[in-house]
Design a protein around this ligand. Structure first.
Ligand SMILES: [Zn+2]
Length: 352
């Protein structure tokens, strides 16, 4: 098999490089054993690029996932993260945007704004990066900032991370749990969906609660896309998608990027890296069964989550392709799963 280039729906590499306690000072351009993605390991793994998320953590003293965690008999519950101050979110996000432009100023990565630019990167070997905001509070206090950010190459927006903001309510991390955890979009959220459609900005449904999902499904004219979520039927986490949601995504010609985070893969919701690659293949199989082979790709969550040790980091992606081949996916199917579907869905969303 020729080398297959993999385009991926979600990484948190910008934050990992940005925060000294996460990235430990590593450079994107040098091979490291820290984190999941750097340029040399990306090339080794056939990683052609992905959505580079600008995610703003809650300020440390206010709330952390660790301190908010309660272990229950069956799984866990993370109590609601408080909303961020939009001025804080915007200024932190601006720092992450600057760092992505900083990576582009080096050699080997390009920020892409069209499906043609993405395809040309996959051909040339430059890493293709989509500038993605994980949480619309990153726009700052004025949603009109979306248009300015579009001019600055923003092409993808998750309405929420797993906390509320002025637009919508994210799902708190819970296992087992339905994703139906709270109210739907606010009036400002509905306005923002229309504005994303008008500009051609992808609306990411991952982290959104179920009522918010149905509001977007009703309003949006674009294919429904969850960049990094899995099948709730196999792993009943609040972060995963129910069969009804998957059917709505299929009916919109949308797609789902399979998340490698073990907590969203395993049927016990646990955090063990000792999770076989067959578990990832199981989610791919299930999603392909619901959405068809044109509706599924990857959304690794590299640099943001624990992944199966059989993948380990971005250089381990070929191991996943081997497991998928063993599971019956031939080369044309793998071409779709690894990048063809993303190109199709992005072309339809961006209209170019
Ligand atoms: Zn996420």
């Amino acid at each position: 098999m020729d080398e297959i280039r993999i385009f991926d729906g979600h990484n948190d590499t910008l934050l990992n490089l940005h925060l000294p306690d996460r990235g430990e000072g590593r450079s994107f351009f040098e091979r490291s054993n820290l984190g999941h993605i750097d340029l040399p390991r990306a090339r080794e793994g056939g990683f052609g690029g992905g959505f580079f998320a600008c995610y703003v953590p809650n300020p440390d003293d206010a709330w952390t996932e660790e301190s908010a965690l309660t272990v229950t008999d069956e799984g866990y519950e993370v109590s609601d993260a408080p909303p961020l101050d939009p001025n804080y979110a915007r200024s932190f996000a601006d720092g992450l945007v600057d760092s992505l432009f900083g990576l582009e100023a080096g050699d080997g990565l390009r920020i892409v704004r069209t499906a043609d630019e993405l395809e040309s990167c996959l051909d040339s070997g430059d890493l293709a990066a989509i500038l993605h905001f994980e949480g619309a509070e990153n726009l700052g206090p004025d949603p009109g900032a979306l248009e300015d950010l579009y001019e600055t190459d923003l092409r993808s927006l998750g309405l929420v991370w797993s906390r509320p903001n002025a637009y919508a309510h994210g799902v708190p991390f819970r296992f087992p749990s339905s994703p139906d955890t709270g109210p739907g979009l606010t009036g400002a959220g509905k306005e923002l969906v229309r504005e994303c459609n008008r500009l051609g900005v992808l609306i990411d449904l991952s982290h959104l609660n179920e009522r918010g999902f149905w509001d977007v499904a009703e309003l949006s004219e674009a294919p429904l896309v969850a960049t990094h979520s899995n099948a709730h039927a196999l792993c009943p986490s609040s972060r995963n998608l129910t069969d009804r949601q998957l059917d709505a995504i299929r009916d919109s010609d949308g797609m789902v990027g399979v998340n490698f985070a073990v907590g969203f893969l395993r049927e016990d919701g646990g955090e063990s890296e000792d999770t076989p690659l067959e578990t990832v293949v199981g989610h791919v199989d299930y999603l392909v069964g619901r959405l068809g082979i044109d509706g599924v790709s990857f959304g690794s969550d590299f640099d943001g989550a624990k992944v199966p040790k059989g993948i380990g980091n971005v250089s381990g992606l070929p191991e996943l392709l081997v497991a998928l081949q063993a599971g019956g996916y031939d080369e044309p199917a793998l071409e779709k799963l690894t990048h063809g579907n993303w190109i199709r869905a992005l072309r339809a969303t961006w209209q170019g």
